[in-house]
Design a binder for this molecule. Structure first.
Ligand code: DC
Length: 233
C-alpha cells in the first residue's frame, strides 16, 4: 500500500499558509487541519462566556472550563473544505474577525490550552496523510514530519492581504488597525515561553512578499510529490 507523509506548514499570520495547505491537501487527497482556527475558536469561547472583562482576562476561572470546549472540523462539501465547529455550532465567520484576532495571541500563550489542542492535533495526524498549518507544527506537534515548510512575507504585504479579505466580507476596519494587529501578533507569537513561533531547523523557507501564491504552490506541490516518491521507493 502507498505510504502517506505528514506535511507541516508554519509561519507568520497571513502568509498564505492556509491557502497553500488547503490546496495541497485537496490535490493529494490528504486531511487538512487549520490549527489557527482551533486557537481562534477557544478565544471565541472565552469572549462569549465573559472571561475577558474590563481589559483583563480571568485565566483561572477560564481554565476550569477548558474541558467544556469541544472543537470539531466538519467537511463542507459545497466549499470543498472543513469548517470549525465550537460545541456543535459553526463559528467559521466569527473566528475570522478582528475582535478574535486581537485576543487570540493571549489565549495561545496559555500552556493548558496548547496542551489540549496539541493532543487533538496529534490525534488528527496519527495515520499520516495530513497537511497541518500553524506556528508549532514542525517544532512541537510533528517534529518528525517528512516535509516542513516555513512561510514568511513582509508585515505590510500580509496586512494588505488580510485587509482585503476582511473588506471583501464587509467588515468595518482600517488598514492601520490590521497592520498593528499583524505586528502585535508577530511579537507575541514569536516571544511567548511555550512553543514560540520559530522555523524548524529542517524546514524549507518561502518568502512570498513579492511572489504570487500560485508560483509558490507549484514548487511546494512538487516537493511533496518528491517526498512521497522517496518514502515509497
Ligand atoms: O493562523 P492564524 O492567524 O489563524 O492563528 C491565530 C493565532 O493562533 C496566532 O496569532 C497564533 C495562534 N496559533 C498558535 O499559537 N499555534 C498554532 N499552531 C496556530 C495558531
Amino acid at each position: 500500500m502507498k505510504k502517506n507523509i505528514t506535511i507541516a506548514i508554519d509561519g507568520f499570520s497571513s502568509t498564505g499558509k492556509s491557502t497553500i495547505a488547503k490546496e495541497l491537501a485537496k490535490k493529494l487527497a490528504y486531511l487538512y487541519v487549520d490549527t489557527g482556527a482551533m486557537y481562534r475558536a477557544v478565544t471565541l469561547y472565552a469572549m462569549q462566556n465573559g472571561f475577558f472583562k474590563d481589559n483583563s482576562f480571568l485565566e483561572n476561572l477560564f481554565l476550569k472550563e477548558l474541558d467544556k470546549i469541544e472543537l470539531e472540523f466538519i467537511f463542507n462539501p459545497d466549499l470543498g473544505f472543513s469548517q470549525m465547529y465550537l460545541n456543535g455550532k459553526n463559528v467559521e465567520r466569527e473566528i475570522r474577525g478582528l475582535d478574535v484576532s486581537k485576543l487570540v495571541s493571549k489565549i495561545a500563550t496559555i500552556s493548558e490550552v496548547r496542551k489540549k489542542l496539541v493532543a487533538q492535533q496529534k490525534e488528527y495526524g496519527k495515520s499520516k496523510g495530513v497537511v497541518m498549518d500553524g506556528r508549532d507544527i514542525g517544532t512541537v506537534v510533528f517534529p518528525n514530519a517528512e516535509l516542513k515548510l516555513f512561510m514568511t512575507a513582509s508585515p505590510e504585504k500580509r496586512a494588505q492581504r488580510r485587509y482585503k479579505e476582511l473588506l471583501d466580507r464587509g467588515d468595518d476596519i482600517t488598514y492601520d488597525e490590521i497592520l498593528k494587529n499583524v505586528q502585535h501578533r508577530d511579537f507575541i507569537d514569536s516571544n511567548r515561553k511555550d512553543s514560540p513561533l520559530r522555523k524548524a531547523d529542517d524546514a524549507i523557507e518561502f518568502d512570498n512578499s513579492n511572489l504570487g501564491l500560485e508560483d509558490q504552490f507549484e514548487r511546494i506541490y512538487n516537493l511533496a510529490l518528491d517526498k512521497i516518491k522517496e518514502i515509497n521507493s
